[in-house]
Design a protein around this ligand. Structure first.
Ligand code: FAD
Length: 463
């Protein structure tokens, strides 16, 4: 429990309006977007600048209270849930784009800037910030950096990590760390920036981020390909890449997802199809024409049931928007949605779809699979009901068996959602006890008192 003295210090430093203690507000800020996870914080603070973040960290330290950073709470592994209570520090009010530097092609933002707001601000200046997680209308850049978020354009343009040039943060001892800069080359000292990216709020609180911008593609072509066998869709992805064509987007939805999305957005998706691929090629117009021809040829060669080309940018945007609704559309169907983040080498996609189908039957479950097929990153989603103990047992057995094979194929238990609470038990299976031991030593070096985002990443008993 946090003391009245600590609360008063926070009110003095941040102002009463930025310190939330009402039970009904605390309740909602104890969730992120991971189904079934919740914990209530003792209080929530909204700092507006880096100095205030330092003050909050100081109070947490002085009073030995856990502190959990939070952006918009769209995380899908429980990273911003305050498992041990204490303070939740929400960065949403630090939402200023501080600079768009057109000479260096960089943008510098406070950590609470919403991803799409940055995209739109730089687009207005003829520039491009590619990372586009499905949650981009809400997620913050701080959350994106801490989860190393990917997106629909990840295949060609990479993930958040590929764009972060500099970070400013507050360390658990209250001191400031600034790492990286606008120079495109920098090998001075250990690469703290790279260590912090993807660290899920367990090493430092990010206050400011400088990202790289690039010129936007001049042209784009969007395809929608339908398949009556999902493993053919997987083979199509591998063949397109083997033909040395790197589309900006290759997203997949299986039959269950197509039907849920169609129920939700009603854009005329064919319900009878086993899978669809949304494919975009972009770049110089001559290259787009050449790549588009190659993609269409391969889709027909592998046996796509139908290939459509979006007639204009508006139709292309509405198809991408429909894909972004996949998780929400699936989540409407059942009381509980268990979403996973299995990622395999792209050459194993067809086998992964076959495996998911086999396990779905074996464990008698309803599963909808969608994801960033071009990245080998799939989200097999079990639609279930947590009140049904037997169904939950089968769902966990499904994931256990799936991950065993995914790891055997050289894949990973998380392509983009992070470990958080949800995948703690799986991490050691992937990186081994030696890997976990080194990670713990790093955590210890940053946060010797263990006050920053406790209960995350390391399985119980490993902390
Ligand atoms: C519908 C939907 C679609 C999604 N699609 C994608 C997708 O395509 N690709 C993808 O990668 N993810 C996706 N996600 C997951 C999620 O949106 C991302 O992980 C996102 O980066 C989280 O941002 P956030 O601001 O909501 O962070 P939160 O959920 O609030 O926090 C995420 C983690 O970062 C930490 N954190 C947040 N801000 C800071 C900070 N300033 N300093 C230190 N730590 C911090 C938190 O402690 C937590 O561990 C999706 C989620 C939803 C609900």
């Amino acid at each position: 429990m946090i003391s009245e003295t600590a609360i008063q210090t926070l009110i003095d430093k941040l102002g009463k309006e930025n310190v939330i203690t009402a039970a009904e507000d605390l309740l909602v800020l104890g969730y992120d977007s991971t189904p079934g996870l919740h914990a209530t914080p003792d209080l929530v603070v909204y700092p507006t600048d880096s100095e205030q973040v330092q003050s909050v960290m100081q109070v947490a330290r002085d009073h030995k209270v856990p502190i959990t950073p939070r952006g918009s709470g769209t995380g899908l592994s429980g990273g911003s849930i305050p498992v041990d209570g204490g303070i939740v520090i929400c960065l949403n009010k630090m939402d200023k784009i501080l600079e768009i530097d057109e000479e260096n092609l960089t943008a510098t933002c406070q950590a609470g800037v919403v991803t799409l707001d940055l995209f739109n601000a730089v687009a207005a200046k003829g520039l491009f910030y590619p990372p586009d997680p499905g949650s981009q209308k809400i997620s913050t850049l701080g959350g994106n950096v801490m989860e190393d978020a990917g997106g629909l354009r990840g295949l060609k343009y990479g993930v958040t990590r590929d764009y972060v040039m500099a970070l400013k943060c507050v360390l658990p001892d209250g001191s400031l760390l600034s790492t990286g800069g606008k120079s495109v080359k920098d090998v001075a000292g250990y690469a703290f920036k790279d260590l912090l990216i993807g660290s899920e709020g367990t090493l430092a609180i990010i206050t400011e981020i400088t990202v790289k911008l690039i010129p936007p593609p001049q042209d784009k072509r969007t395809f929608l390909a339908y398949f009556d066998d999902i493993s053919i869709a997987g083979a199509a992805v591998s063949k397109i890449i083997a033909a040395k064509i790197i589309p900006s987007t290759m997203e997949i939805m299986d039959k269950a997802t197509i039907n849920c999305v169609e129920d939700y957005v009603k854009i005329g998706l064919p319900r009878e199809m086993a899978a669809l691929l949304l494919i975009e090629v972009d770049g110089h117009p001559a290259m787009v024409t050449e790549e588009a021809e190659g993609v269409e040829r391969i889709l027909r060669e592998v046996g796509a049931a139908e290939v459509q080309v979006a007639k204009d940018a508006e139709e292309a945007a509405s198809l991408a928007a429909a894909r972004r609704t996949a998780l929400s559309a699936l989540a409407r169907v059942s009381p509980t949605t268990l979403l996973e983040d299995a990622t395999v080498p792209r050459s194993m996609l067809a086998e992964t779809f076959t495996l998911i189908e086999r396990l779905t039957k074996k464990y008698a479950l309803t599963v909808g699979t969608f994801g960033h097929a071009g990245d080998g990153n799939l989200h097999p989603t079990v639609l279930c009901d947590e009140r049904d103990a037997d169904e939950m047992k089968r769902a966990h057995a499904f994931y256990d068996e799936l991950y065993e094979q995914v790891l055997a194929w050289g894949g990973t238990v998380s392509g983009e959602h992070g470990i958080g609470i949800a995948k703690k038990e799986y991490l050691a299976r992937q990186i081994g006890p030696g890997g976990v031991a080194v990670m713990k030593r790093i955590k210890q070096a940053f946060d010797p008192e263990g006050i920053l985002n406790p209960g995350k990443i390391f399985a119980d008993g490993q902390e």
